[in-house]
Design a protein around this ligand. Structure first.
Ligand code: FPP
Length: 222
């Protein structure tokens, strides 16, 4: 079993377009998929799940789409926090979320605090996240402490304290990392599917995990 799975949730827009519906509907269905997959990961007892919800480049999207995504995020945290608390899920955020709307920052801080002592699955949501920015921040901190090594940089990454990334999934047929977990993916297995994110179910996740189980991992050795 992978200790840590990360997902680039792609294809919400295409899912909606195929149904001649607004993109917002695709994102809304995307949140349903987030919920189902998070529950499945929790029930399987996986150590961690990291989801790419909003990249530092997503601000370039039209303002109404950014507002839709922020609205969904706000509702998601409000409505699902009790479920995290009840199920020992520890919420984490990677990325610089402090620049989001103040009420969202407050909701997040409250949810982080309320789940900080949970010992089950860690659910990390990437918000205003860019991997190169994360690495630069971590390297600057390591340099300020006068100790620049892979280990010292890693200790300052937003994912510090999470299990090593074992499996990275991207939906919707694109096969690129898009500035997501570049450092952490050094030895991760990659799994791509044509399934669009709103159609992604726990059964697809199991397919990815089964494929992971069949891979031979050598970490550069032989
Ligand atoms: C990619 O689809 C998806 C996103 C940019 C955002 C992912 C967001 C969600 C699933 C909802 C919010 C998440 C949470 C945790 C509340 P796209 O719009 O790039 O799709 P396209 O490539 O088909 O246009």
């Amino acid at each position: 079993m992978p200790r840590h799975v990360a997902i680039i949730m792609d294809g919400n827009g295409r899912w909606a377009k195929r149904r001649m519906m607004p993109r917002a509907v695709g994102h809304k269905r995307g949140v349903e998929a987030v919920r189902e997959v998070t529950r499945a990961v929790r029930d399987m007892g996986l150590g961690a799940l990291t989801l790419y919800a909003f990249s530092s480049e997503n601000w370039k999207r039209p303002a109404d789409e950014v507002a839709d995504l922020m609205g969904l995020l706000r509702n998601f945290i409000r409505s699902d926090i009790e479920e995290f608390v009840a199920n020992n899920v520890r919420l984490r955020i990677i990325g610089d979320y402090q620049v989001l709307a103040p009420d969202i920052v407050d909701l997040i801080d409250d949810a982080l605090e309320r789940t900080a002592r949970n010992t089950g699955t860690q659910l990390a949501i990437a918000l205003n996240y860019g991997s190169q920015q994360e690495i630069a921040r971590a390297a600057a901190k390591a340099a300020a402490a006068g100790d620049v090594t892979p280990e010292s940089i890693e200790a300052h990454l937003d994912t510090h304290g999470m299990p090593p990334l074992d499996l990275l999934v991207r939906t919707s047929g694109e096969e690129r990392l898009s500035n997501f977990l570049l450092w952490q993916a050094a030895y991760a297995e990659l799994w791509f599917t044509d399934v669009l994110w709103p159609d992604f179910t726990p059964a697809h996740l199991k397919e990815a995990i089964d494929a992971f189980g069949r891979r031979e991992r050598r970490y550069g050795g032989r």
